[in-house]
Design a protein around this ligand. Structure first.
Ligand code: NCD
Length: 354
């Protein structure tokens, strides 16, 4: 059997995992919501939730990327429908708009045979704390196994993880983290460069509001890449240096010799006050075009998590250049990474049961 098939097939049966589902301990769980950083015994154990990249260990990250790689090959081979999660319920709980992330999780769940339900909730008119707790008790009553949460408040998925029985995956919380985006970015880079260690990665633009940047910084520094953040002082919090990154306010200097150029969307919806003078001005200094890209390595990869503001943070000619841009591949790897995460968490979920 090819390695990728063995990797995907060699999992405990879904029925075995589900045995613990109705055990009373599930309703008074005191387990920590994420793997305790630095804890030896949890180092190689499947995590119970995926809430953040911060605190994850290199072997855990590498294991997720290896499994995702096997799913990427499986997806390309056309053998996508598996029954690993048959009988399990995955709920996509989105308190914020999303197309690509929600669809990607939906496809990943369906490809593994789960029953997938999409719930979109508006937070505008409700008391958020109360609603989250109410939602948690509703989800417990529904015996949801895997819960994918996106919320505009940082920390909301972690709060839910303390209250629900399901394994929780953070699909983006406020300006905090977006761990599956960082994993899919890392997988894309690793497929092209064969490694993460020692690479110079320039993360450019609206770092201040970006959960994508934060998750990528944690993942990449953990895997020993050299991370630079590049943007105007108004969009780069100086405290970010504490995460082990170099700060550049000049894009040409920030891109010099970079292996990877990761662009971020200008998140106007999160901005309070005028942090950038105008889209035109922003593009002139911090938009990625061929001239600025020429400062990076000749084969540097161009990435963007989407959705893109063309002509604001990135020029269409660069975004659509098949020689440089791996933006489409990022989307493809998103499904593989989410399959790997669902697979891994469903194992962690079952294995911890008595
Ligand atoms: C990102 C997000 O929502 O944080 N997009 C995504 O997940 N596809 C980045 C962004 O919105 O700019």
């Amino acid at each position: 059997m090819p390695d990728y098939e063995r990797a995907a097939a060699d999992r405990p049966l879904a029925s075995v995992r589900r045995q613990g589902r109705f055990h009373p301990s599930r309703f008074c769980s005191k387990r920590p919501p994420v793997i305790a950083a630095g804890s030896r015994e949890t180092l190689h154990q499947p995590p119970r939730h995926l809430l953040a990249m911060e605190g994850m260990h290199p072997p855990q990250i590498a294991a997720l990327l290896d499994l995702a790689e096997s799913y990427a090959l499986l997806n390309r081979s056309g053998k996508t429908k598996r029954d690993l999660l048959r009988g399990q319920t995955l709920i996509n709980l989105f308190f914020e708009d999303s197309t690509r992330t929600r669809t990607s999780f939906e496809l990943a769940g369906k490809r593994l045979g789960a029953d997938v339900i999409n719930m979109s909730v508006s937070t505008s008119s409700v008391n958020k704390g109360e609603t989250l707790l109410d939602t948690a008790s509703t989800l417990n009553a529904m015996n949801c196994d895997l819960l994918v949460v996106r919320h505009d408040q940082s920390g909301a998925p972690a709060l839910l993880a303390q209250k629900v029985d399901a394994a929780v995956i953070n699909a983006g919380d406020g300006t905090h983290e977006h761990p599956t985006q960082a994993l899919l970015d890392a997988l894309t880079i690793r497929r092209h460069r064969g490694r993460l260690e020692g690479l110079v990665v320039a993360i450019c633009g609206d770092v201040l509001h970006s959960r994508v940047a934060r998750s990528n910084i944690h993942l990449l520094t953990t895997m020993n890449s050299r991370v630079r953040v590049v943007g105007p002082p108004t969009l780069i919090p100086s405290s970010i240096a504490a995460l082990g990154v170099e700060i550049f306010h000049d894009m040409r200097a920030g891109l010099a010799g970079a292996d990877v150029v990761m662009m971020l969307r200008l998140q106007r919806e999160r901005m309070v006050g005028g942090l950038v003078p105008s889209a035109r001005e922003y593009f002139r200094f911090f938009g990625l075009d061929a001239a600025k890209l020429a400062n990076a390595k000749p084969d540097a990869l161009v990435m963007h998590p989407g959705p893109m503001n063309r002509g604001v943070e990135i020029d269409s000619a660069v975004a659509d250049d098949p020689q440089r841009s791996v933006i489409r591949e990022q989307v493809e790897m998103g499904v593989a990474v989410r399959m790997a995460v669902l697979d891994t968490l469903s194992r962690g979920h079952g294995r911890n049961e008595p």
